[in-house]
Design a binder for this molecule. Structure first.
Ligand code: CDV
Length: 314
């Protein structure tokens, strides 16, 4: 029996700091309704989709910072998303800042959840690769304080859902080949990934002109090398003065982009994704059991022993 998922990659334009949760949830609901009207079963929202990308600020007031986190999911303002999902039969992936109480201690994560067509949470993922820095760096045009505001999650899982095997990742994870491979080894057929990427990279401004190229390069390579669909969804446009790249797209296991947003605002890119397309890649070129050589990779598990170029050696 063919296994198709009609997926909507639900790009968001900028979310300003003054926008309330209610304003943002209204925009997410509009996406859910439009996706339903277009025959979709799954809607993928960006990373930190309920607020502006707050790690761009060094915030000293704990109450001000805590206001960006969700203490429960669903909560009072987000419950309507789950109810609408159940009513329409359209599930979703949602990125948000999570404040969890674990053994009485507050823990903060950059989190995504996968919600089924019945409105119930299927799985939760906590971002593994946290980019940026932990201390205030005033020389930057804007901060990237994910290492201050979040702690890393434990790893990558996949879930049996939507008739296939679904994985989740968040933003900077997409630049690391291990992200896709760890899920590829678990049989992932579709990886959902929300992101917030500024055009300007303060530590390496020479990369700025390549930001969209790198965005697509890593996701297309990850899809092809693991025979999986990748749905990459951006927050785009000028958010609090910071230009975000956009570039939302749906990538087939061939590595080809099959649907893409053409603006930097609220927009859906839709594709009818055949999960069985993965099979041809997973059983030939990327048949892991036949062709991978873990015995040859085993020694290289860390950078210890890496050889520095001579001119950098002390
Ligand atoms: N939110 C992110 O993880 N952003 C990172 C960069 C720009 C620091 C990214 O890899 O896109």
């Amino acid at each position: 029996m063919p296994r198709f998922i009609n997926v909507a990659a639900a790009q968001l334009g900028p979310i300003q700091r003054a926008d309330s949760r209610r304003d943002v949830v209204e925009r997410l609901l509009a996406h859910l309704h439009q996706a339903h009207a277009m025959g979709c079963q799954l809607v993928v929202f960006p990373e930190l989709a309920l607020t502006t990308f707050f790690p761009r600020w060094y915030l000293e007031d704990p109450a001000e910072l805590d206001a960006f986190y969700e203490r429960e999911m669903p909560g009072a303002e987000t419950r309507v998303l789950f109810e609408t999902a159940a009513r329409l039969g359209v599930g979703f992936y949602l990125g948000y800042a999570e404040l969890a109480l674990e053994q009485g201690a507050a823990r903060r994560y950059n989190t995504s959840i996968l919600v089924g067509q019945d409105g119930a949470i299927i799985g939760k993922y906590r971002k593994v690769h946290l980019p940026g820095h932990a201390e205030h760096e005033p020389w930057r045009d804007f901060q990237h304080l994910e290492k201050r505001y979040f702690e890393p999650g434990p790893g990558f899982d996949v879930w049996r859902a939507y008739g296939g095997v679904i994985g989740m990742a968040l933003c900077n994870d997409r630049r690391w080949s291990e992200t896709y491979r760890v899920m590829g080894l678990q049989g992932a057929e579709m990886i959902l990934l929300g992101y917030n990427t500024p055009v300007h990279n303060p530590p390496a401004p020479e990369h700025d002109d390549l930001s969209m190229f790198h965005n697509h390069l890593v996701m297309q390579a990850g899809a092809y090398q693991n025979g999986t669909w990748v749905v990459g969804v951006a927050k785009g446009g000028k958010e609090e003065g910071c230009e975000m790249i956009g570039g939302t797209c749906i990538i087939a296991p061939s590595g080809e982009i099959v649907a893409a947003c053409s603006t930097k605002g609220d927009e859906l890119a839709i594709a009818r994704c055949d999960l069985d397309l993965c099979h041809s890649y997973k059983t030939t070129t990327f048949n892991f059991d036949r062709h991978r050589r873990p015995d040859a990779y085993g020694l290289i598990t860390s950078r210890r022993g890496a050889i520095e170029p001579e001119h950098l050696a002390a």
